[in-house]
Design a protein around this ligand. Structure first.
Ligand SMILES: Nc1ncnc2c1ncn2[C@@H]1O[C@H](COP(=O)(O)OP(=O)(O)OP(=O)(O)O)[C@@H](O)[C@H]1O
Length: 266
């Protein structure tokens, strides 16, 4: 593991560059203070920290759902519209799957394509392929009420990835799931990331989950929310059950846990 730094790009220009970003809400809460981060193409990055340290606020600002109070968030490799806004090529997965209850799995995944006026047949085909990729072949016609929590989250991930975004932002997507389902979804998410090569930014409270998934862990502290450590996870991919039960994994978890404790204590 390396020491804290804020210039990690994974080679070349970063996809997203967060510069001196602070966010103060109207009620005076300083949710995020002076955050600097470069999100490099193809990385799997976790934002790890205690409740209230501003992880969601930061993720939402990267997605353009709320502006920084000070500082800038730039997309150096992206085209910009006439007003100078970056065309953010991203998918967002929330903690709640937020599916349309009246639509089946296929229609839920198709929704962003239809909104972009893709012909229905093509949208259907692409969405069915995406459902297959997340392990839901055969469930295309199932409604959300007929799916388990893990399956609903898979639909939500398929919907976020169907537009083939460069970056997938995930806000504690598996927090509400049992441990076995969570492990399976962690494995499947890694496989998906490996196959489709998007940049992943994953918000979590869990040291174990962040170490298992990430190439890089950004440790945050609360009040005000700020970056306390920026760590490389030196373990090769693909990662599987062997890694999860290895002494290397246990060692990495101890190191990250120590950093998190330091961050919380600071
Ligand atoms: N719209 C808002 N108005 C005022 N304060 C807010 C708003 N949204 C978040 N906050 C505050 O900003 C701080 C950071 O919140 P945020 O949700 O980003 O933290 P978090 O690290 O994602 O927490 P958790 O892990 O519990 O989801 C908290 O103190 C929260 O109460």
């Amino acid at each position: 593991m390396s020491t804290p730094h804020d210039e990690k790009t994974g080679g070349g220009k970063p996809l997203v560059s967060v510069r001196h970003v602070s966010k103060q809400f109207a009620n005076g809460t300083l949710a995020v203070r002076d955050v600097n981060l470069d999100l490099g193409t193809g990385q799997f990055i976790s934002l790890l920290g205690p409740s209230g340290c501003g992880k969601s606020t930061l993720l939402r600002m990267i997605a353009g759902l709320g502006a920084p109070s000070t500082g800038t968030i730039e997309w150096p490799t992206t085209s910009h519209d006439a007003s100078g806004k970056p065309e953010r090529d991203l998918g967002f997965v929330f903690q709640d799957p937020t599916l349309m209850p009246w639509a089946n799995a296929l229609a839920n995944v198709m929704m962003p394509l239809i909104l972009k006026h893709m012909p229905k047949r093509e949208a259907e085909q692409r969405s069915a392929e995406m459902l297959e990729l997340v392990g839901l072949k055969g469930f295309e016609k199932s409604y959300p009420r007929e799916l388990s929590g893990g399956m609903k989250m898979r639909v939500s991930i398929a919907r976020a990835l169907v537009m083939r975004p460069k970056i997938l932002l995930m806000d504690e997507p598996f927090a509400a799931l049992d441990e076995i389902t969570r492990h399976r979804l962690n494995d499947d998410l890694l496989e998906l990331w490996w196959k489709t090569k998007f940049t992943a930014v994953f918000v979590t409270h869990s040291v174990f989950e962040s170490v298992y998934l990430s190439k890089r862990i950004v440790v945050m502290a609360a009040r005000p929310g700020r970056v306390m450590a920026d760590l490389d996870v030196d373990a090769p991919y693909p990662r599987d059950e062997l890694f999860r039960t290895s002494s290397d994994y246990a060692h990495l978890c101890r190191v990250v846990s120590g950093k998190l404790k330091e961050a919380i204590g600071s």
